[in-house]
Structure formats: structure tokens, C-alpha cells
Write a protein that binds this ligand. Structure first.
Ligand code: 2RA
Length: 336
């Protein structure tokens, strides 16, 4: 059957990627609704054969919507998701608004697809982009050898912050190359030719909200509150693609060689692991605009008998947000 699909935040980077991926994957859309704030009303958006004008979310009646993909920030989700669900839509929310609610499943399509079925509030949450790519890679290892502890340092691109951050990186880079001064606006300090150990907001324990998402979301998605997670989130002067250096300690010994074979057979993963120049994934060479989670630099931890190191790269807008949301929509559609 075909579905009436609403994309909330249709004019944003993730919303635009959702529309593109819905078309690429030929999602059975009977009717498309594009929703955004009043200032975007009237803009046209396309999704395959569907070309529609953006409507005002605030005044839109969700009656008849089967699936609503939200990517317009937590405030918008908190204000509108419930009324879409009440009208009968399955809400797939990319914001952090409901991720840690006990009655909202948090789903990575390759990791815990079965969790999407239990949605008492009619809402399914999409994990944070950095959690998403990490767990696609770690889930097979956790199932095989049991992850007891993980340390992750992320190198997150500025597209994760949004359009203004993309523009700021470009503007600062150009000005600095022309020996002109720069004034940071989006970030607290200059991002061009710099790295910033700060994502989201600082919390009482000294970690940031971006770091605590990696801790809390990992435990929920893997269904294992005992996993010990330590995270450091760093913003880097890259436009698209998040990278992560991950060190894990497993209950049972899993060699790098065995882990490589396991990952090569796992869904959603492409292993790029040649111990030579360029034999590893990078945002520029691998992540931008592509769907796999790329894993390289797989090696035994020389400091721990059950330790393992991985380097994980993915497009934070596609697999990190839009693709997984569409994959969840496919899971919902397949229930019919
Ligand atoms: C970031 N993970 O990269 C966030 C975006 N949701 O800033």
C-alpha cells in the first residue's frame, strides 16, 4: 500500500536528505507533505515524482498522516510530535527530545530494528549521529564478545551544528587565507584551522551533552546499562562526515583479525583497513554523500589483553540522521 508521509523540517539539511533518500529508496509515498516554519511556506520541495509546496507546521492538521519524519529540533518535536501521534501517525523523531524516555524506542536499523514495534506513544526516536555510526560498528562486536567498556573520541564535522556553522567555516577559512581577522559567531572560538573540545552544553560532571548522548544512548540501544562508556567530543574543521577513534574492552578475547571478518560480514558496514597510506576511511574520501559506516585502523590494543581499536567514519547527515530515519519508516511500512 502507499503512505501519506510528512517531513517536518523539510527545508533543513537533514530534511532535504530525508526527501532525497525517500526517493532513492522508492519509499511507497501516496501523498507527501512538507512542513516547516511560516518563513519557509511556499517553497517547493521534491521527492521523486512528488513536488509540493512547504506548509506551515503550526497550522497543519495531521489527520491522515501515516508516517511523520521530524527533524526540526527538540523544541518543535516537543511541541508537535504528540499531536501527530494522536492523529494516528507514527512519528520518527531525529531530535534528542524523547530518546531517553522509557516509552520511546531508540532504534538503529541494523542494530535493534525489533525495538521499533513497541511504541506506546506512537513515537520512535532516531539516535544522535555520533551514536548511530558507532553502534552500527560496535553492535556485532558486542554480540560476539560482549563490550564491557568503551572509550571514544569523536571528530565531528560542522554540518552537525547546521547551515550557519558550514558558512562560518567557509568564511573564516577564506578570510584567514587572505590574512584577514575572524570573529567567531557559531562556535565560542575560531573553528577554521582549529579543533574545539566542546559539543552541545557542559553538564555538572564536566562532560558535554554531546558526550553524555554517547554514554546514555549506547546503553539504551544495546540494552546493557552495565557498559562503561567514556566519551570526548571534538568539533573539527570538516564540512561533512564524523570520525571516531574507539577503544573497546571485551569480556571475551576478540582479535583484530576476527573483528575484521565479523565487521566485513555485518550489515551497513564497509571495512577499509589496509595498513598503508590512504588505507583507511576519511570524511573526504569516504563519508560525504555515502551511506555505509566505514571502519578502519582495526588493531589489537597493545595496552590491554582484551582491548581493540577501531576508526569509524560516516556521513553524519545521511546515515547519521536521514537514512536511519527512512530505514525506520521502512520497518514501520513493512508492518502493514
Ligand atoms: C552535532 N550530533 O554533530 C550533533 C548534531 N545532532 O553537533
Amino acid at each position: 500500500r502507499q503512505f501519506k508521509v510528512a517531513v517536518v523540517g523539510a527545508t533543513g539539511a537533514v530534511g532535504a536528505a530525508m526527501l532525497a533518500i525517500l526517493a532513492e529508496r522508492k519509499f511507497p509515498i501516496g501523498e507527501l507533505v512538507a512542513l516547516a516554519s511560516e518563513r519557509s511556506v511556499g517553497n517547493e520541495v521534491e521527492c521523486g515524482a512528488h513536488c509540493v509546496e512547504v506548509q506551515d507546521l503550526a497550522t497543519f492538521d495531521p489527520a491522515g498522516v501515516d508516517i511523520a519524519l521530524f527533524s526540526a529540533g527538540g523544541d518543535v518535536s516537543r511541541a508537535h510530535a504528540a499531536r501527530f501521534a494522536a492523529a494516528g501517525a507514527v512519528v520518527i523523531d531525529n531530535s534528542s527530545a524523547f530518546r531517553m524516555d522509557d516509552d520511546v524506542p531508540l532504534v538503529v536499523s541494523e542494530v535493534n530494528p525489533e525495538a521499533a514495534r513497541a511504541r506506546p506513544r506512537g513515537i520512535i526516536a532516531n539516535p544522535n549521529c555520533s551514536t548511530m555510526q558507532m553502534l552500527v560498528a560496535l553492535a556485532p562486536i558486542h554480540r560476539k564478545a560482549g563490550i564491557e567498556r568503551l572509550n571514544v573520541a569523536t571528530y565531528q564535522s560542522v554540518s552537525g551544528t547546521g547551515q550557519k556553522a558550514l558558512e562560518e567555516l567557509g568564511r573564516q577559512t577564506a578570510r584567514l587565507l587572505n590574512f584577514q581577522s575572524v570573529e567567531p559567531e557559531v562556535y565560542p572560538v575560531q573553528i577554521a584551522f582549529n579543533v574545539i573540545p566542546h559539543g552541545g552544553d557542559f553538564t555538572d560532571n564536566g562532560y558535554t551533552t554531546e558526550e553524555m548522548k554517547l554514554v546514555d544512548e549506547t546503553r539504551k540501544i544495546l540494552g546493557d546499562p552495565a557498559i562503561r562508556v567514556n566519551a570526548t567530543v571534538v568539533r573539527v574543521p570538516v564540512f561533512y562526515g564524523h570520525s571516531e577513534a574507539v577503544n573497546i574492552e571485551t569480556r571475551d578475547k576478540l582479535s583484530a583479525a576476527d573483528a575484521r571478518v565479523l565487521l566485513e560480514q555485518a550489515p551497513g558496514i564497509e571495512v577499509v583497513d589496509d595498513r598503508a597510506g590512504g588505507g583507511y576511511p576519511t570524511p573526504v574520501t569516504h563519508a560525504s554523500g555515502r551511506d555505509p559506516v566505514y571502519v578502519g585502523r582495526i588493531r589489537d590494543d597493545i595496552s590491554h589483553p582484551n582491548g581493540l581499536n577501531l576508526w569509524i567514519v560516516a556521513d553524519n547527515i545521511r546515515k547519521g540522521a536521514a537514512l536511519n530515519a527512512v530505514q525506520i519508516a521502512e520497518l514501520v511500512a513493512a508492518e502493514d
